[in-house]
Ligand binder design. Structure first.
Ligand SMILES: Cc1cc2nc3c(=O)[nH]c(=O)nc-3n(C[C@H](O)[C@H](O)[C@H](O)COP(=O)(O)O)c2cc1C
Length: 162
């Protein structure tokens, strides 16, 4: 027994998540994409995972790379999240236009996010039409004051605590 693609989407869109911007360098150019499949994996060692669609250009770039940055969006960064999810936007120009810094491993990290961390790719696993990238966090910083951006039912919005 199997469900339809539409049912799969209806089930998944009912799971609210945070939003991250994955940033990386490839052959002298910066690139990135919006990712909600970010997840904490292990504390010792400090591992996270992201799941990346095999069909998108970023997949090949990440597969060829060794490092990436995870930048967790604030509630103010909705437009930025849509821009990073748009293949027609020049991500190199976009990253250079933002307040950022470049790590020793050439990873661009965005300064105005809720949290940013640099990761080294430790493993990749097959996950159907996606690849699971396991990254080990080398360094990170966070902002105490900002609120998170939330992805729910295909929309981006604010978190409302009880
Ligand atoms: C809120 C949101 C979450 C997303 N999460 C993922 C994700 O977890 N994995 C993924 O492969 N694509 C995800 N995407 C889609 C990519 O951001 C999109 O395909 C992007 O255009 C890929 O960049 P590229 O075309 O430069 O490779 C998400 C998009 C949005 C708007």
């Amino acid at each position: 027994m199997s469900i339809t693609d539409d049912t799969f989407k209806e089930l998944m869109k009912r799971f609210a998540s945070g939003v991250t911007l994955i940033t990386f360098e490839n052959e002298g150019k910066y690139s990135g994409l919006t990712v909600s499949s970010f997840c904490s994996l292990s504390m010792n060692p400090p591992l996270i995972l992201i799941c990346i669609d095999k069909k998108i250009p970023s997949h090949k770039l990440l597969k060829n790379g060794t490092n990436f940055g995870v930048n967790i969006c604030t509630s103010e960064q909705g437009k930025l999240a849509w821009d990073f999810a748009n293949s027609n936007v020049d991500k190199n120009e976009l990253i250079l236009s933002l307040n950022h810094r470049i790590t020793d491993d050439k990873v661009p990290l965005l300064n105005d996010c809720l949290a940013s961390m640099e990761c080294t790719i430790k493993e990749t696993y097959e996950g159907g039409d996606h690849t699971i990238f396991v990254g080990q966090i080398g360094n990170g910083h966070f902002d105490e004051k900002s609120d998170p951006l939330i992805y729910y039912k295909s929309g981006l919005g604010d978190f409302k605590p009880n």
